[in-house]
Design a binder for this molecule. Structure first.
Ligand code: ADP
Length: 804
C-alpha cells in the first residue's frame, strides 16, 4: 500500500528518539530540542509532515551518528506542533508503519534516509482471535498485580481486535527497556511478537508479585510497630485516667537518669544500662520485667558514690562518748585510742572492734556513739541465727524473690559508702549445708578483699573498704577463730548496782520520759525505787530489763496523766510494786539459813556473772558418784578431783577411811538447764560434798570460786570481776577467791569491795575452815546415819539437805 509513495519519495528526514519508541498506530507527543532534530521536523513539515523515527541505541549520546541509531523504526506523521514551556518544540506524531533504513542520503542539516517497508506477517483470523484473547488475559493479570496502569490505557486497549496492533499498544504502555521494545518492533511475525510479549508480561508479573510480597512484609513490620506505638499511647491514656503518673519520662528513661545520678562505677553502669535496654523490650507486666525492675532499683539506690566527711576530733569524740554513757572508762579509752590511730594513719587497715559482754551493757549504743562522733551514718544488722551464706552474700537472681545479702541491704539503709556498720551477735553465727556464713564474713571484714565485695544478687562488686565495721558478741568462745583473729576485743563486763542506779537516773529515766511524752514534773522515780527495781525486778549484768521496767512505769503514768487521774507521780521503793507488780526476784538468792550440802558457786555465763547453788546428797550405796545439771566433762573431772581430795582428808574430816564405799554421792547444779562447764566450781563442789558427808552446814552468805587439784591446792580462775559483781547482786557478804587472782581485785569497783569480804585462799583446807560451821546439824547428821547402817540397823536412806 505504501509502495506507490515509496516510489515518489525517496528520502525522509530522520528523528532519532531517546528512551521512547513510536509504534505504528500509536499517537504520541514528543519533545524535540536537539538542533538536528529540530531541523528534521522543519524539513518534514515542509514536505508533507512525514518523517522516520528510530531509537538511539544509547540514551546518553546527544549527537548520534548513524551507527548509534537502530536501523528499524517507524514512519510517522506529524499532527501538531507547539512550543513547549521549556522552549523546546512539542510535536504530536502518529506511527504509520514499520520501516528499515536502507541508506543515509544526507547527514546535514538533518539526517535524510531512504527506507524500505517491513511487512508484517499476520496470523490467520482464528489464530488472531486466540492471540488477542491470551494477550488480553495476560495483560489484565499484569494490570492486576502492578496496579499502575492508567484507566485510559485500558480503554484504548479494549477496542483493539488485531493481535499485531494489540502487541504494539501494550508494548508502548509497559515500562520495559528500550532494547526490548526495539526487539518487539523488529519482529514482523505477529505470532512471534505476541509470544515474546507474553514472555515479557509473564516475567513482569512475577517481578511485580515478588515486589508485592516484599512490600507486604515491610508494611506488616511497620504496621506492627505502629500498633505497639498506638497501644502504648492507649496505655498512657489509661494510666492517666487512673491517676497513675503515666506521663512524663518513660520508666527506662527514668532509670537511665538515676544511673547517671547514682554515679555507678563503670562495670556496674554498663550492667545497669544493659538491663535497662532489656527492660524496654519486655512487656511491662511480665514477671521477668518485675525481676529486672527490682534489680535496677537496687543498683541505683546503693550509695556507690556517697561518702560522708569524717570528723576525727578526739576531744569531741570523748565528749560524745561521755554524753551517752556512764562509766565504761576502759572501753571508752580503748575506743579513743582506736580512733586516734585511724586519724594518724590515712588508710587504716586496723583490726575490727569487737565489743564483748552480756546483753544490755551498751555495746550497740557505744557503736552508735562512735558513728555520731565521727559524723558517719550508723547501721546495725543482727547475725544471730544466720546459717545461710546467702544471708550475707545474697541469693542469685535466678531464685524467685532473690535479694541482696544483709551487708548490701545495710549499706542501702545507711545511704553512704562509709557508715559505721555494727554486726550484732557475731558469736551466734551458725553454719550448715547451706554454706558457711563465717567464710563470707571473713571476706567482708578483710581489708585486702573487701574493696571488691561481690554479692550474688548484684553481680557487680561493691567497695566496702570505707566501711567501719564493729561487731558485738556475748562471749568470744563461739566466734570462729579466723574471725576472732581479725578483731580487737573490748570487754564490757557488766555494771554494779551503784552504776546501774546512776545509768538509770542519768540516762534511762530521762530517755524513757521523753519517749513517753512525759516531763520530770509528771514523774519522779526516786533512787531508792531504782535500787528496788534493780534488786527485785531484774537480775542481769546489763541494764536492758531495767530500761524495760522504767518504760513500764512511764507507760502506766502516761495512762494516768492522760486519763486525768493524776498530774504527778512519785515512785519510791515502797510503792514501786503498784507499778510493776509483785517482785520477780528475791533480792539475794542467798538462803536465809546455813544448810548442809549446799554451797554457792560463782560462774560466768553469756548473761554475765552468776551465783549458782551446788547441791549434794549422800545416800546409802556402793560408792557411785552421780553428776547432774548439764555439766560438762571438765566440771565432772573437777568433781572427781574434789572427791579424791576429800578421801585423802577423811581422817581430818572425821570420816571412816572407806566411807566412800558405803554411799552414793549425787552432785547437782541446778539453774534452768544452762550447760555448765569449766573447773572453777571445783572448790565449791568439794565444799558441798564435805558438808554433806560431815553434816556440818555451809555458811549461807558465802560464795566461792576456784579450781581444785587432787592435793587440795586452789588454782586461779577467770572472770573475777563478773563473778564478784554477781555475788554482790545476789547479796553475798563473803567471797572466797584463789590467792593467785589477787591482781584481778583492782578491777572490782570500790563500793563493791566495801560491801563484800574477799578471802584469798591457796588451799582447800582454808576453804573448809572458812565455809563450814562447826557443830553438826543434829537432825541431818549423815554420818550418824551411816554409823547406824554399819551397825546393821535397817534405817531408812537419808537424803541429806538440799531442796530449799
Ligand atoms: P547491748 O548492745 O550491749 O545489748 P545496748 O547498747 O542495746 O546493749 O544497751 C541497752 C540500753 O542501755 C540502751 O538504751 C543503752 O543506751 C543503755 N545503756 C547501756 N549502758 C549504758 C551506759 N553505760 N550509760 C548509759 N546508758 C547505757
Amino acid at each position: 500500500m505504501g509502495d506507490a509513495r515509496d516510489a515518489v519519495r525517496k528520502s525522509y528526514p530522520l528523528l532519532p528518539l531517546r528512551n521512547v519508541l513510536v509504534f505504528p498506530g500509536i499517537t504520541i507527543s514528543l519533545e524535540v530540542g536537539r538542533p538536528k532534530s529540530l531541523r528534521a521536523v522543519d524539513i518534514a513539515r515542509a514536505s508533507g509532515n512525514e518523517l522516520v523515527m528510530c531509537a538511539q541505541k544509547s540514551t546518553e549520546i546527544t549527537d548520534p551518528s548513524p551507527e548509534d541509531i537502530y536501523n528499524v523504526g517507524t514512519l510517522g506523521r506529524i499532527k501538531e506542533v507547539a512550543k513547549a514551556p521549556s522552549g523546546n518544540l512539542r510535536i504530536v506524531v502518529e506511527g504509520i508503519r514499520r520501516v528499515r533504513i536502507s541508506s543515509y542520503d544526507a547527514l546535514e542539516p538533518a539526517y535524510m534516509v531512504t527506507i524500505e517497508d517491513l511487512l508484517e506477517r499476520r496470523p490467520r483470523p482464528d489464530e488472531n482471535k486466540v492471540l488477542v484473547k491470551t494477550l488480553m488475559e495476560q495483560y489484565e493479570e499484569y494490570v492486576g498485580v502492578t496496579r499502575n496502569v492508567p484507566a485510559e490505557t485500558l480503554i484504548s486497549i479494549a477496542g483493539v481486535s488485531e493481535a499485531g496492533r494489540l502487541c504494539d499498544t501494550v508494548t508502548t504502555h509497559i515500562p520495559i527497556p528500550i532494547s526490548e521494545k526495539q526487539e518487539l518492533l523488529e519482529t514482523v511475525s505477529v505470532i512471534e511478537r505476541t509470544e515474546r510479549l507474553l514472555d515479557v508480561l509473564n516475567r513482569e508479573i512475577e517481578i511485580a508479585g515478588l515486589e508485592k510480597r516484599i512490600n507486604l512484609r515491610v508494611r506488616r513490620q511497620i504496621e506492627r510497630s505502629q500498633k505497639e506505638y498506638w497501644l502504648r499511647e492507649q496505655m498512657k491514656a489509661i494510666q492517666k485516667e487512673l491517676g497513675d503518673k503515666g506521663d512524663g519520662p518513660s520508666e527506662a528513661e527514668e532509670f537511665r537518669q538515676k544511673v547517671e545520678e547514682a554515679g555507678l562505677p563503670d562495670d556496674a553502669k554498663e550492667r545497669a544500662l544493659r538491663e535497662i535496654a532489656r527492660l524496654e523490650k519486655m512487656p511491662q507486666a511480665s514477671a521477668e520485667a518485675v525481676v529486672v525492675r527490682t534489680y535496677l532499683e537496687w543498683l541505683v539506690s546503693l550509695p556507690w558514690n556517697v561518702v560522708t566527711e569524717d570528723t576525727i576530733d578526739i576531744e569531741h569524740a570523748e565528749k560524745i562518748l561521755d554524753q551517752d554513757h556512764y562509766g565504761l572508762d576502759e572501753p571508752k579509752e580503748r575506743i579513743l585510742e582506736y580512733l586516734a590511730i585511724r586519724k594518724l594513719v590515712s588508710k587504716p587497715r586496723g583490726p575490727i572492734l569487737c565489743f564483748v559482754g552480756p546483753p544490755g551493757v551498751g555495746k550497740t549504743s557505744l557503736g552508735k556513739s562512735i558513728a555520731k562522733a565521727l559524723g558517719r551514718k550508723f547501721v546495725r544488722i543482727s547475725l544471730g541465727g544466720v546459717r545461710d551464706e546467702a544471708e550475707i552474700r545474697g541469693h542469685r537472681r535466678t531464685y524467685i524473690g532473690a535479694l541482696p545479702g544483709r551487708i548490701i541491704q545495710g549499706l542501702r539503709t545507711a545511704g553512704s559508702k562509709n557508715p559505721v556498720f555494727l554486726m550484732d551477735e557475731i558469736d551466734k553465727l551458725a553454719s550448715d549445708f547451706r554454706g558457711d556464713p563465717a567464710a563470707a564474713l571473713l571476706e567482708v571484714l578483710d581489708p585486702e578483699q573487701n574493696h571488691q565485695f561481690s554479692d550474688h544478687y548484684l553481680e557487680v562488686p561493691f567497695d566496702l573498704s570505707k566501711v567501719m565495721f564493729i561487731t558485738t558478741a556475748n562471749s568470744t568462745h563461739t566466734i570462729p577463730r579466723p574471725l576472732l583473729d581479725r578483731m580487737e576485743v573490748i570487754t564490757l563486763p557488766g555494771y554494779t548496782e551503784e552504776e546501774k542506779v546512776e545509768i538509770a537516773s542519768r540516762f534511762l529515766v530521762p530517755k524513757m520520759l521523753k519517749e513517753h511524752g512525759l516531763t520530770p514534773t509528771n514523774l519522779t522515780i526516786r533512787r531508792d525505787a531504782l535500787k528496788e527495781i534493780i534488786r527485785s525486778y531484774t537480775r542481769e549484768a546489763g541494764v536492758r530489763n531495767l530500761e524495760r521496767q522504767v518504760a513500764t512505769i512511764c507507760r502506766k503514768t502516761a495512762k494516768d496523766v492522760v486519763a486525768g487521774n493524776k498530774k504527778r507521780v512519785v515512785v519510791t521503793a515502797k510503792n514501786v510494786n503498784k507499778y510493776l507488780g509483785i517482785p520477780k526476784f528475791r533480792y539475794g538468792q542467798v538462803e536465809k539459813e546455813d544448810q548442809v550440802g549446799v554451797a554457792l558457786a560463782l560462774a560466768v555465763t553469756e548473761y554475765g556473772g552468776d551465783v549458782m547453788p551446788c547441791e549434794v546428797s549422800v545416800v546409802k550405796g556402793k560408792g557411785k558418784l552421780t553428776l547432774t545439771g548439764q555439766l560438762g566433762d571438765v566440771m565432772k573431772e573437777s568433781a572427781q578431783a574434789a572427791l579424791s581430795y576429800l578421801r585423802s582428808r577423811s581422817a581430818d574430816l572425821g570420816l571412816e577411811p572407806d566411807f566412800y564405799e558405803q554411799v552414793d554421792i549425787h552432785v547437782h547444779v541446778p539453774e534452768g538447764a544452762i550447760p555448765k562447764d569449766g573447773p572453777s566450781a571445783g572448790i565449791t563442789m568439794a565444799c558441798a560434798i564435805a558438808s554433806a558427808l560431815t553434816g556440818k552446814p555451809v555458811r549461807h552468805d558465802l560464795a566461792m570460786t576456784g579450781e581444785i587439784t587432787l592435793r587440795g591446792r586452789v588454782l586461779p580462775i577467770g572472770g573475777v570481776k563478773e563473778k564478784v559483781l554477781a555475788a554482790h547482786r545476789a547479796g553475798v557478804s563473803k567471797v572466797i577467791l584463789p590467792l593467785d587472782n589477787k591482781k584481778d581485785l583492782e578491777d572490782i569497783p570500790d563500793n563493791v569491795r566495801d560491801d563484800i569480804d574477799i578471802e584469798l585462799v591457796s588451799h582447800m583446807d582454808q576453804v573448809l575452815a572458812l565455809a563450814l560451821r562447826d557443830g553438826r546439824d543434829p537432825e541431818l547428821e549423815t554420818l550418824a546415819c551411816l554409823d547406824g547402817l554399819k551397825q546393821g540397823q535397817q534405817g531408812q536412806d537419808v537424803a541429806v539437805n538440799h531442796v530449799s
